[in-house]
Design a protein around this ligand. Structure first.
Ligand SMILES: C[S@@+](CC[C@H](N)C(=O)[O-])C[C@H]1O[C@@H](n2cnc3c(N)ncnc32)[C@H](O)[C@@H]1O
Length: 191
């Protein structure tokens, strides 16, 4: 996924960020290498102990200071209004969205920003049907709680974020369309 273009989207996700950042569900830390120099600190929250070990190694090689901590999206380790930015990539498909977005709003400064890179509900009704069937049956059990057909943009708006910039794209580009390939990348701010 990284070699077929995901790392370029990670770069776009983080481009121009400055100040303090909280990254939610950081996984093994594949975003870390792409934080720009204007970022003064990253608190990377990851509940999985195995992934945290790999993330710690990647944090040591990151171009900016990255602290890897245990935690959950529904109760973020951070004070009210602590961060200039929050980052989510491929996370809002699996966590409780309302709880995560409420917490992100809490820890963001009023003028802060949420950077997102997520796979979401497909535009076509046929593919949405496929997503609904998979989400209701095997997919979340096979893929760590992931859902294919979530209206993540609607959830951000419902949680009080205004979408400032958004690009919709298909990734990965395959000959046979995949139900998990409708993606969005962009910036949202507390409304
Ligand atoms: C598909 S991975 C994405 C990892 C990383 N953000 C990336 O872009 O490569 C989803 C991550 O969310 C984490 N996660 C799952 N439930 C979570 C929760 N409630 N709070 C925070 N992170 C969670 C998982 O452990 C996993 O690392």
């Amino acid at each position: 996924m990284e070699k077929s273009g995901l790392s370029a989207y990670r770069m776009q996700l983080l481009e121009g960020l400055t100040g303090s950042v909280v990254e939610i569900g950081a996984g093994n830390g594949l975003n870390f290498a792409h934080y720009p120099a204007g970022v003064t600190s990253v608190r990377a929250v990851e509940p999985d102990p195995y992934l945290r070990i790999i993330a710690l190694k990647n944090a040591g090689e990151a171009p900016v200071p990255v602290e890897v901590v245990d935690g959950l999206s529904g109760s973020l380790p951070g004070a009210d209004g602590e961060f200039d930015a929050a980052v989510v990539s491929l996370v809002l498909c699996s966590v409780d969205q309302a709880g995560a977005l409420r917490e992100i709003r809490r820890v963001l400064k009023p003028a802060g920003q949420l950077r997102f890179l997520e796979h979401v509900r497909a535009p076509s009704s046929g593919m949405r049907w496929v997503q609904r069937v998979l989400d209701a049956t095997i997919w979340p059990r096979l893929a760590g709680g992931c859902h294919m057909g979530r209206d993540t943009v609607g959830a951000m708006q419902g949680a009080g974020f205004k979408i400032e910039r958004i690009d919709e794209f298909v990734f990965p580009l395959t000959q046979v369309p995949s139900p998990a390939s409708s993606c969005v990348i962009g910036v949202a701010r507390p409304a």
